[in-house]
Design a protein around this ligand. Structure first.
Ligand code: SF4
Length: 629
C-alpha cells in the first residue's frame, strides 16, 4: 500500500491535446520522492540536451511529494521545473500557498507537460480527471483578472490557480508562476516556459486526501511542532515581522546589497525596515496551507500613485532589498507597489530589481543614455523609474524588450562594456545577500544548479557559536566562521547543502523545518515514517536530497556547464567600500580551492561531474548510459 501519495502522475501532451496517467510503483516513489528530485528525473528522461527552452521540446513539471498536504506547518510547497530560458541550466523554483496541497487532493503527485498548444489553453485538474480548456478569454489578462474569470467560468471559488500574467505570455525570461496572488514560483523563468507552451494556467480542485500510514502519530507530532512554533525565537520573529526584519539585520552587519551589489550598507534602510513597514503599509498576516507560522504580509495604502491592493500580497525581504536598497530607493509604498505590479504581471521580483539596478548603473556610466530609453533618465533612487521599467519589461516594450531578457543577455545586446555591471551566476540574477559576509552562502550561490540562488544551503551566520548545535545531528560540531573561506567552510557547505535540499525534495518550507526553525531532525524522520509507512531514516532522507542535487548537476553537465560556471560575481572579490565589514572580500584563489574541495567531498571529478561510483551509490546507475554522465 502506497501511503501519502495518489500513486498517479499526470502526463499532458499539449501538441496532441491528450493526457494519460502513469502509475509508478513504490520503489520509484522511494527513490525520487518528490519536488526537485522527482522533477529532475523527468527532465533528464525527456529533455534532450541543447534544446531551446522556449520551444515545444521543453518539458514542464509540477512536482509534489509524499508529505504535500499533510496537516503540518510547512508541508505545502511544490516545485515547478523545466530547462530554464534564463540560464540554460535546469530551471526549478518552489512555492508555498495552497496550490500544491490542492493538486494532491485533485488526484496527482506530479504533472508533466510536453509540447505546445496551438492556441492558449489552461489545464483543469479535478478529482483524478484532467481537461485541456480554451484560455482565449483570459489570455492577455493579469493574474487577478485570470483568477476571478476562472473562478466564474468553473463556478467554484475554491479552485486553486497557478497562472502566468502578461510577462509570461510575452516570454520575459524571468517571468514567474503565481498561485493565490501571493505565492510565487519566482525563479528561473518558469512563467516564460508556460507562455511558450500557450499554457495560461494550471487549475486544481479535489477532495481526495491520500491516506497516511499513521494519522494519529502525525497529529501528535503536529501538536508538539505547533506548540514549539509559538515560542521558538526564529519562528516568533517570522510571525511578528515576516522576513522584513532582515533589512535591519543585514544592514547593521554591512551586507545589505546596495547600489547594484557595490555597497553593503544603505543609508535609507530605516525607511524600508520592519518598523516602518508595520507602522505604514502593513494590513494583516497571511499564511500557507495548514501553517501556524503565518509569515506572509498583506499590505494596503491609499495613494493615487502608489496605492496598494491587499489581495496582491506584501513585499518580503528579497523584494524590499531588490527594488529598494539595490536601486537605492527608500520609498516604501513605491517598493510595495513595484512588488504588486510584478505579482500582477508575473515577473520575478528578485530578477526584476537586479535588472533595474543594472540599468541604473549602466546609465550612471554612460552605457545607456536617454537615446536608448526614449528620453527618460534612469537614475539610482528614482522610484518612478523603477515602476516604469517594471511596466516596460512586463509589456515587452521599448527598453523593456532588452531588459526582460535578464542582465546577462541584456548586457550582450547593449554591449559597450555593460557586462561589467551585469551581476549574475550562470545567467540568473542574484538574491539579496552579500557573499563577502557569508562565504558558505557564496558557495551556495556558485554551486546552485539553477544559478544564483539562496535556497541552496543554510547561511553561515545562523551557525556561529553555540548555534552550530542546530546541525549536530549531521555531525557539524565546530562553530562556523562566516568570513572564512577554507576547508572547514567547504565541509560546512557540503553537509549543510544536503540538509537544506531535504526541504526542496520533500516540499517543506524552510521557515518551519530543519535546521533553523521549529522542527527537529527527529520529528522530521518520524513524520515521514508516519505519513509514508516507510522504514526510513535520516540517512535515507539525506540520500534523497543528494540524489536530487546530483541529478540536477548531471542535467547541467549535459548542457555544457562546469567548473568555469561555479563562481561568484567580481564585486564579491573586491573589498566592501564601507560599513562594519569595510575591506572584506572573498579571496579568488581560496574560493576556487573550496569549490574544488567540494567536488572531492561530493564524489565529483575535477570537471565537476559526479563519478561513476557516486551515481551507483545513489542508485542512479541508469545515468551511466548517458554519455556525458
Ligand atoms: S512559514 Fe510562511 S512561507 Fe512557510 S509555510 Fe508558513 S506561512 Fe508559508
Amino acid at each position: 500500500m502506497l501511503y501519502g501519495y495518489n500513486g498517479k502522475i499526470l502526463h499532458v501532451d499539449l501538441t496532441k491535446g491528450t493526457w494519460e496517467i502513469e502509475e509508478p510503483g513504490e520503489y520509484w516513489y522511494r527513490t525520487y520522492v518528490g519536488g526537485s528530485a522527482l522533477a529532475a528525473y523527468y527532465l533528464l528522461k525527456h529533455v534532450k540536451p541543447g534544446i531551446d527552452p522556449l520551444s515545444p521540446d521543453n518539458v514542464l513539471v509540477f512536482a509534489l511529494s509524499a508529505v504535500t498536504g499533510a496537516p503540518v506547518s510547512g508541508f505545502n510547497r511544490y516545485s515547478v521545473a523545466a530547462k530554464s530560458p534564463l540560464t540554460g541550466t535546469i530551471g526549478r523554483t518552489e512555492a508555498g500557498g495552497y496550490f500544491g496541497p490542492e493538486l494532491k487532493f485533485a488526484g496527482f503527485d506530479a504533472v508533466v507537460i510536453y509540447g505546445k498548444s496551438e492556441k492558449p489553453v489552461y489545464l483543469w485538474i479535478h478529482n483524478g480527471e484532467a481537461e485541456i480548456r480554451d484560455a482565449a478569454s483570459v489570455w492577455g489578462k493579469d493574474n487577478i483578472q485570470t483568477l476571478k474569470m476562472l473562478e466564474e467560468e468553473l463556478g467554484d471559488k475554491r479552485i486553486r490557480v497557478a497562472s502566468i500574467g502578461q510577462a509570461g505570455e510575452n516570454l520575459a525570461r524571468f517571468a514567474c508562476v503565481q498561485n493565490d496572488l501571493e505565492h510565487y514560483n519566482g525563479r528561473t523563468g518558469m512563467g516564460a516556459v508556460m507562455g511558450s507552451k500557450n499554457l495560461k494556467a494550471v487549475v486544481a480542485r479535489g477532495k481526495n486526501r491520500p491516506q497516511m500510514a499513521d494519522p494519529d502519530k502525525v497529529k501528535e507530532i503536529r501538536k508538539v511542532h505547533n506548540d514549539k512554533i509559538k515560542v521558538h525565537p526564529p519562528n516568533v520573529a517570522l510571525n511578528t515581522v515576516g522576513t522584513t526584519g532582515l533589512i535591519k539585520g543585514l544592514n547593521d552587519t554591512g551586507i545589505l546589497p546596495t547600489h547594484n551589489f557595490r555597497d553593503g550598507t544603505f543609508k535609507g534602510a530605516d525607511k524600508i525596515n520592519a518598523d516602518t513597514y508595520h507602522s505604514t503599509i502593513f494590513e494583516s498576516k497571511g499564511s500557507c496551507y495548514s501553517c501556524s507560522v503565518k509569515c506572509k504580509r498583506r499590505v494596503s495604502y491609499q495613494d493615487e500613485k502608489y496605492g496598494l491592493d491587499v489581495e496582491l500580497g506584501g513585499a518580503e525581504f528579497e523584494t524590499l532589498s531588490a527594488l529598494g536598497s539595490l536601486c537605492e530607493i527608500d520609498n516604501l509604498p513605491a517598493i510595495a507597489k513595484g512588488n504588486q505590479l510584478c505579482n500582477l504581471y508575473g515577473l520575478d521580483t528578485i530578477s526584476a530589481g537586479c535588472v533595474v539596478a543594472f540599468a541604473m548603473e549602466c546609465f550612471e556610466n554612460g552605457i545607456l543614455t536617454t537615446e536608448d530609453t526614449g528620453g527618460r533618465e534612469i537614475n539610482f533612487g528614482d522610484a518612478d523609474v523603477m515602476i516604469w521599467l517594471i511596466e516596460e519589461m512586463a509589456a515587452n516594450r521599448g527598453i523593456g524588450k532588452i531588459l526582460s531578457q535578464g542582465v546577462k543577455r541584456a548586457a550582450e545586446i547593449i554591449g559597450k562594456g555593460a557586462d561589467e555591471y551585469a551581476f549574475h551566476i550562470k545567467g540568473q540574477e542574484l538574491p539579496l545577500h552579500d557573499g563577502r559576509g557569508k562565504s558558505g552562502m557564496a558557495m551556495g550561490f556558485a554551486l546552485a544548479p539553477t544559478g544564483g540562488e539562496h535556497v541552496e544551503c543554510p547561511h553561515d551566520v545562523a551557525f556561529t557559536g553555540n548555534d552550530v548545535s542546530k546541525l549536530s545531528a549531521v555531525g557539524l560540531l565546530d562553530p562556523v566562521e562566516p568570513l572564512k573561506t577554507d576547508a572547514a567552510k567547504a565541509r560546512f557547505f557540503s553537509i549543510g547543502q544536503k540538509v537544506w535540499q531535504i526541504n526542496n525534495c520533500y516540499g517543506i518550507c524552510n521557515f518551519c523545518s530543519v535546521p533553523i526553525h521549529a522542527m527537529t531532525f527527529h520529528q522530521l524522520v518520524e513524520l515521514i515514517r508516519a505519513i509514508t509507512g516507510w522504514d526510513t531514516s535520516l540517512f535515507d532522507i539525506l540520500q534523497v536530497s543528494e540524489r536530487g542535487t546530483v541529478m540536477q548537476r548531471v542535467f547541467n553537465n549535459r548542457e555544457g556547464f562546469g567548473p568555469k560556471d561555479d563562481r561568484v560575481i567580481r564585486r564579491w572579490h573586491e573589498p566592501l567600500p564601507d560599513g562594519p565589514l569595510k575591506g572584506q572580500s572573498i579571496d579568488r584563489r581560496a574560493f576556487r580551492e573550496a569549490i574544488d574541495l567540494y567536488y572531492e567531498l561530493s564524489g565529483w571529478d575535477k570537471d565537476g561531474k559526479p563519478t561513476r561510483a557516486k551515481l551507483i551509490e545513489l542508485n542512479l546507475g541508469w545515468l551511466l548510459d548517458d554519455e556525458v554522465a
